[in-house]
Write a protein that binds this ligand. Structure first.
Ligand code: GLN
Length: 538
């Protein structure tokens, strides 16, 4: 295909949360569907090295890649749309940029020069952008710049874009600016001024937007498009309307109708063909025309913020489409779940997922939920902390090990059925030190997991410090809760199942990170199928 990789930059203006990640992922989908090898990168202007140390309330879910990077949740959208794994190189923060420049300075690599934002920080940003392009794996690299133009912290990024446009020359780069065109109900009008100002702010840094993608609640009329084009100095065909959609999975088709791929490819001097969206549209049609529905309870302590469980919610959408059912999610706050109301809150559900998490808050509610679904044969999936809670519940209520716990919650517990991994005992730093990324797992023949995956050899992504304590394994297995997936090298328990139950699976890893539109996660597919079966036989 192309010899030189092409670079597309996506910047944001007027407001945050306009959905740059979805626009970037949708454009990437359209380019990929025309045969271009495309990847997406996110540059985050905050000073944390990565979002791994951020509270989910601050930043939503922390997404984990195969190579163990703790990243922004937008990377999840990129993988779900493109079905191509991302890596550490796909998410870069200001913290990471500064860290590498400062490390170089300490090693004396700047040969006595004064180290400055320009050129040293901007050079490092340019280098990070080009790592993906220079890998030879991609024809097109889309770089999404977090934040909003005009923010002090985005300035070095915008300057790096300006320089790269100059370095790479005409037809090798394209700048898309995502803005908001608000509707003022008092005036009954859509307003272009915020977009004009934001394009002007971008220009003050020397960057001219090539394409405007305008988020709007109402159709942009021809005259509004002309006005935006004229005052923002872009071609009229380069004013793209992005109207609110009922599902994010509609956005690629909406962008296709608006011709976003066409203007981008023209700007980059690349051939534009009809994208092949057959598989995508098959998924959409199944997603939009369900033949039934199931209701799953999602038990977690960050349920107020939907973004905290983004990948889980999306995995249910993929698995629902695969099963041709709508999956209704009922979010249940684990902190307010007790033995007195568990029946009222869970009794009507067709399945229950106990979510990942950290720390003590809400764990007794999670344990109570596991007890209820175990005793009532309701399909259950426990993820990471959710799996650990299933083990604790079993130890307490079936084995009679009162006060069994994880040493994360109670260091003095007499029965540490979940304990700190040996490799974690000397770890001091919090950031980037958990058991992270993809690990092998051998699945037991005939288990629920083996039937779901259709294989005994799987690789799944992890993010935890604590583990099933193998000192208790034989006792717990003898009582009925089986370890059906093990790490082949270390013997760490990765999957537990209850064969006497309808469908009861706990996994130490995070299956949700690997679910995509093209490849819904087998465990979620099997769980939704079990929920449907349970509902029918209720
Ligand atoms: N807090 C638990 C651990 O570190 C579970 C982590 C998780 O749910 N991701 O092991």
């Amino acid at each position: 295909m192309t010899t030189n990789p092409k670079y597309i930059f996506v910047t944001g203006g007027v407001s945050s949360s306009l959905g740059k990640g979805i626009i970037a992922a949708s454009l990437a989908k359209l380019l990929q569907a025309q045969g271009y090898r495309t990847t997406i990168q996110k540059l985050d202007p905050y000073i944390n090295i990565d979002p791994g140390t951020l509270n989910p309330y601050e930043h939503g879910e922390c997404y984990v890649t195969d190579d163990g990077a703790e990243t922004d949740l937008d990377l999840g959208h990129y993988e779900r749309f493109l079905n191509v794994p991302t890596s550490q190189a796909n998410n870069v923060t200001t913290g990471r940029i500064y860290q590498s420049v400062i490390d170089k300075e300490r090693r004396g690599e700047f040969l006595g020069k004064t180290v400055q934002v320009i050129p040293h920080i901007t050079d490092e940003i340019k280098h990070r952008i080009q790592i993906l392009g220079n890998s030879g794996d991609y024809d097109i690299v889309i770089t999404e710049i977090g934040g909003t133009v005009g923010d002090i912290e985005s300035l070095p990024y915008i300057e790096a874009v300006r320089q790269l446009e100059w370095d790479l020359g005409e037809h090798n780069t394209c700048v898309i600016h995502l803005t908001l065109v608000p509707y003022l109900s008092a005036a009954g009008e859509l307003k272009t001024k915020p977009t004009q100002h934001s394009v002007k702010t971008l220009m003050e840094s020397g960057v001219q937007a090539d394409i405007l993608v305008c988020r709007t609640e109402h159709e942009l009329s021809d005259s509004i498009k002309t006005k935006l084009a004229r005052f923002c100095n872009v071609k009229k065909e380069a004013v793209i309307q992005s109207i609110d959609a009922s599902t994010i999975y509609d956005v690629p088709n909406l962008m296709l109708d608006e011709g976003l791929d066409k203007v981008v490819l023209r700007q980059l001097n690349l051939k534009n063909e009809e994208p092949n969206l057959t598989r995508w549209n098959e998924f959409l049609s199944r997603h939009k025309n369900p033949k039934g529905e199931v209701t799953i309870g999602l038990i977690g302590k960050y349920v107020e913020l939907q973004d905290s469980y983004k990948s889980i919610l999306e995995a249910f959408i993929h698995a629902g489409a695969e099963n041709e059912v709508k999956v209704n999610i009922e979010s249940i706050h684990s902190e307010y779940l007790s033995v007195d109301d568990v029946k009222r809150k869970l009794g009507h559900l067709d399945g229950v997922l106990v979510a990942p998490g950290f720390g003590e808050r809400g764990i007794e509610g999670k344990i109570e939920a596991v007890r209820y679904v175990r005793e009532h044969n309701i399909p259950f999936l426990g993820i990471c902390l959710g799996m650990q809670m299933a083990v604790i519940e079993y130890a307490r209520n079936v084995l009679g090990l009162n006060d069994a716990n994880s040493t994360e919650m109670d260091e003095q517990t007499p029965h540490p059925v979940i304990d700190l991994m040996e490799s974690q005992k000397d770890v001091v730093n919090k950031g980037g030190t958990m058991r992270l990324g993809s690990w092998d797992c051998k699945v037991e023949e005939g288990s629920i997991a083996e039937k779901a995956y259709g294989t005994q050899d799987i690789k799944e992504r992890h993010r935890h410090r604590f583990e099933f304590n193998n000192d208790y394994k034989s006792k717990i297995e003898a009582a009925g809760l089986k370890a059906t997936g093990l790490n082949p090298e270390t013997g760490l328990v990765e999957i537990v199942e209850l064969p006497s139950h309808n469908w009861f699976v706990g996994v130490q890893y995070h299956p949700e990170y690997k679910s995509t539109v093209a490849s819904p996660h087998p465990l979620f597919v099997s769980f939704v199928a079990a929920a449907l079966k349970y509902k029918i036989n209720k």
